[in-house]
Design a protein around this ligand. Sequence first.
Ligand code: PHE
Length: 346
Amino acid sequence: MDLANLSGELYALRDTALSAIAAASDPARLEGLQVQYLGKKGELTAVLRGIGGLPAEDRPRVGAIANEVRIALEAAIAEGTEVLGRAQLATRLRAEAVDVTAPGRPIRRGALHPSIEAMQEIAAIFAQFGFVVYESPEVEDDATNFQMLNIAPDHPARDLWDTLYVDIEGYLLRTHTSPGQIHVMRSTPPPIRALLPGRCFRYEAVDASHGFEFFQVEGLMVDRGTTMADLKGLLDQFAKAMFGAGKRTRFRPGYYPFTEPSVAFDVECLVCGGGGCPACGRSGWMTILGAGMVHPVVLRNGGLDPEVYQGFAFGMGPERIKMLRHGITDLRLFMENDLRFLEQFP
Ligand code: PHE
């Protein structure tokens, strides 16, 4: 091996390597070439092994050429890596680009269920009169749902509340929110101004005006010297806030075992304004709730002395209020979860 041969080999290696580097189309390939030519077991190293066979005075010359070749290859690989890297980044940026000007996908907005919405409206009105919302259990014992409310087990008035019983002896699904009166009286010293909204259940054949599941909002006020006049004034104010300031209202005698006297409370028909139409059965009035003065027996069952405290209570159906206001004729719509109906209450 002589100097000319060895340097010729080095230059040939350089040219092959440079064209391979120039042709490389991805960084991994460049890394491979780096190992192939410049690595410990690479081709440049292999050629340099021939140096040992040269006369000592020629060795520096070959060393210089080898260095020159190594620098040239390193530079070419470094440049190639950078160029390819930049191109790869550009491709990725193009592929992953997000069009921030594209319109968003609309989010389907939920809304309150009309029964819940009605209860919130009712609660908001009574809040202005100082009424506070309480909760009372849906699974109730027979005593609190009936006996404490002055409804004896064999009382014919029980037929007003056909009952769904649960598997535990003595327990049932509350048929109205009135048992909440007992819970509030037993836990809260008067003066009491309580509102008890909640779900109720009855063993009913379902039709346009009866459901086995519905809501009620119970109201209870107890204080010294509370009178029927307070009840009438409050409910009249409520009806005017709910249905319109000019609406006339009236009270009719009613019957509930837990109130005495008991009344039905009507507002003038929202459709005909009192003239009489099919919506109000030609009477000109629509009944919106039942009410009365809390029966002394019930006050006593609530732990209060009827000689000291008097009170009134009322119970209304939020669905019924919505029906009257919006001209809805079928109660079943509230529990069927048909979005075409529900979406009409934004
Ligand atoms: N609990 C009665 C019902 O379910 C309504 C009511 C409540 C009547 C309070 C008077 C007083 O029909």
